[in-house]
Write a protein that binds this ligand. Structure first.
Ligand code: FAD
Length: 350
């Protein structure tokens, strides 16, 4: 049985950064994730997309942010169990928890941090004839590698942020980008809507609204899509069709752990430490909900930081923790390799 201080369920940005904040408090972490690689949505859904709202990074590719987080936590030597889903949880008499994965791996921890994001996510698929046939033959539900679309004709459908963001991004990669939406108004961020309009005026994006994709055609690979626009039908030749109608969030087995759930998210106490209704089980990042919740990476980082302080108090009742800035205390990883170097830096500053 694996034993640790904090079991983190989910290796998205929130789960990864938790290792760093826990490490500063000398708490050891083990991470369990159903996906085969760390990074959560950033690695699975948009590794090559730039992110602009990470403090200190004017622009960073999602995949690079994951690499940087992995580099930042390396010194704290977290354990990883990847490709396994958390199935059950059992509270022990000594207050610890044992979580068992779908493959039977057992992890015992003093605290459990659920950083499960959207849970196991499935794309919402359009109801189109022959859809299954064209999957991986021209139909993609995620843009994992934009290079795949270089110099290709792409039709994107949807009215949210993903459809707008990918249309903007691919307008510099694909030979032709057509954005189809069934309404004239988009649900996405206003600046993205404005950018799409701008690119349309420059002839870099074809915008077709209100319209709906109603058919798919092609022999071995997708060759055409059929559109219904103002009750009239038209055909567009394309190499790829990317319907971006959102993801169906599924909490999966965690939904049966006795936690308070609201709209597919776990309710937490945001006035203190992001603990759930079960003491010792926390929920941080996209997976939780509280008044005013924002599903942003930086919010997950903040929640992880406060949660670690609470776990420290839980494991060291009555012990006073004095907050130290890393610029002063340094970062003393579990391997101790940086200890002397950090000391030297601190000395030279003081
Ligand atoms: P996630 O990244 O969702 O990771 C959760 C992990 O938990 C997953 O790897 C999943 O496999 C795992 N998991 C779930 N259930 C289980 C289980 N039972 N057992 C084991 N593992 C489990 N945010 C920004 O701040 N800025 C942006 O510019 C931005 N752009 C975005 C663009 C797109 C296209 C999308 C889709 C999102 C964007 N976001 C952005 C949102 C951002 O990606 C999320 O806020 C962030 O990923 C949340 O991180 P997380 O670690 O909480 O969860």
């Amino acid at each position: 049985m694996i034993q640790t201080d904090i079991l983190i369920i989910g290796a998205g940005p929130t789960g990864l950064f938790t290792v760093f904040e826990a490490g500063l408090l000398k708490l050891k972490c083990h991470i369990l994730d159903a996906l085969p690689q760390p990074g959560g949505q950033l690695a699975e859904l948009y590794p090559k997309k730039p992110i602009f709202d990470i403090p200190g990074f004017p622009e960073v590719l999602a995949g690079d942010l994951v690499d940087n987080l992995m580099e930042q936590i390396k010194q704290f030597q977290p354990g990883f169990t990847l490709g396994e889903r958390a199935e059950t949880i059992d509270k022990q008499e000594d207050g610890t928890f044992i979580v068992t994965s779908d493959k039977g791996t057992q992890i015992q921890a003093h605290a459990v941090a659920i950083a499960g994001g959207l849970g196991s996510f499935e794309p919402r698929k359009p109801l189109l004839e022959h859809l299954n046939f064209y999957e991986d033959k021209g139909i993609e539900y995620f843009v994992r590698d934009p290079e795949k679309f270089r110099n290709k004709r792409v039709v994107i459908a949807g009215g949210g942020d993903s459809a707008l963001d990918w249309s903007i991004f691919l307008s510099n990669v694909a030979s032709e980008v057509t954005l189809v939406h069934r309404r004239n108004e988009f649900r996405g961020a206003l600046d993205s809507v404005e950018k799409v309009q701008e690119l349309k005026d420059l002839g870099k994006i074809k915008l077709i609204t209100p319209a709906e994709v109603i058919g798919l055609k092609g022999a071995e690979h997708l060759e055409e899509i059929v559109l219904e626009e103002n009750a009239a039908r038209r055909t567009i030749q394309t190499d790829y069709f990317i319907p971006l109608f959102g993801l169906t969030p599924k909490l999966g087995p965690i939904a049966n752990w006795g936690l308070e759930i609201e709209k597919n998210a776990i309710k937490v106490d945001n006035s203190l430490d992001y603990q759930t209704n079960i003491p010792g089980i926390y929920a941080i990042g996209d997976v939780n909900t509280y008044p005013g919740k924002l599903k942003l990476i930086l919010c997950g980082f903040h929640e992880a930081t406060l949660m670690c302080q609470s776990v420290y108090q839980r494991m060291n009742p009555g012990k006073k923790y004095v907050l130290k800035y890393t610029t002063v205390s340094g970062v003393d990883g579990f391997d101790g390799s940086r200890k002397e170097a950090e000391k030297a830096i601190v000395k030279s500053i003081v």
